[in-house]
Design a protein around this ligand. Structure first.
Ligand code: GAR
Length: 208
């Protein structure tokens, strides 16, 4: 049984997509063991409660140093023997020490085609605002393994989505979630659960 921990900050639709894929059997032999939010009002917590998944709030403001916040998150995950960590709309940057025990075991979903519109400052609606301002005709989503450099780890899956004329950031965000994020995040977790992902340098090889 693959034990998964999810870190969230907001609505939790990507968390929901992964929970649904586990429930439907698309992701075999896996469970979400813990959901951790750094925001106490995150709707993702309600989703976890509704699914009977243990959930806790750990807020950065309660720690004087960010390393202590990172350690509290890692301790919570380690105490549940989590083997895969999903950043699912988690809007806080983790320090290098967090990854020591979890090399190639932390995934993130980013709402653009990395390396475009990624890195510090590009999160949530800001990504889509920047895509529209630039005049891109295509955007999309990317799932990658997380390394200490923001949004720069090995790419696992990407999916392109068309930008339509008249799109607002909110409309584009919704289309990218529906057409890309909620599909490629569960698929990446499925491939991990089946042992089909191998990291070679900056490349992720997907075994047949
Ligand atoms: C998603 O669009 C996700 O890709 C993005 O925030 C949204 C969270 O929605 N994540 C980032 O921008 C991370 N840099 P959700 O809480 O409904 O999954």
């Amino acid at each position: 049984m693959l034990r998964i921990g999810a870190l969230v900050s907001g609505g939790g639709t990507n968390l929901q997509a992964v929970m649904n894929a586990i429930d439907s059997g698309l992701i075999p032999d896996a469970e979400i063991s813990i959901v951790i939010s750094n925001k106490k009002n995150a709707f993702a917590l309600e989703r976890a409660t509704n699914a009977g998944i243990e959930n806790v709030v750990i807020q950065r403001k309660n720690f004087s140093k960010s390393e202590d916040f990172d350690r509290a998150l890692a301790d919570e995950l380690r105490s549940r023997n989590v083997e895969l960590i999903l950043l699912a709309g988690f809007m806080s940057i983790l320090g290098p020490s967090f990854f020591e025990h979890y090399e190639n075991r932390v995934m993130n979903i980013h709402p653009a085609l990395i390396p475009a519109f990624s890195g510090p400052g590009y999160y949530g609606l800001k990504v889509h605002e920047a895509v529209l301002e630039y005049g891109c005709k295509i955007s999309g989503a990317s799932v990658h393994f997380v390394t200490p450099e923001v949004d720069a780890g090995p790419l696992i899956l990407q999916k392109a989505v068309v930008v339509e004329s008249g799109d607002t950031a909110e409309i584009l965000q919704k289309r990218i979630m529906e057409e890309a994020e909620w599909q490629i995040y569960p698929e990446a977790v499925r491939l991990f659960a089946l042992g089909k992902l191998r990291v070679d340098g900056h490349q992720v090889i997907i075994k047949k």
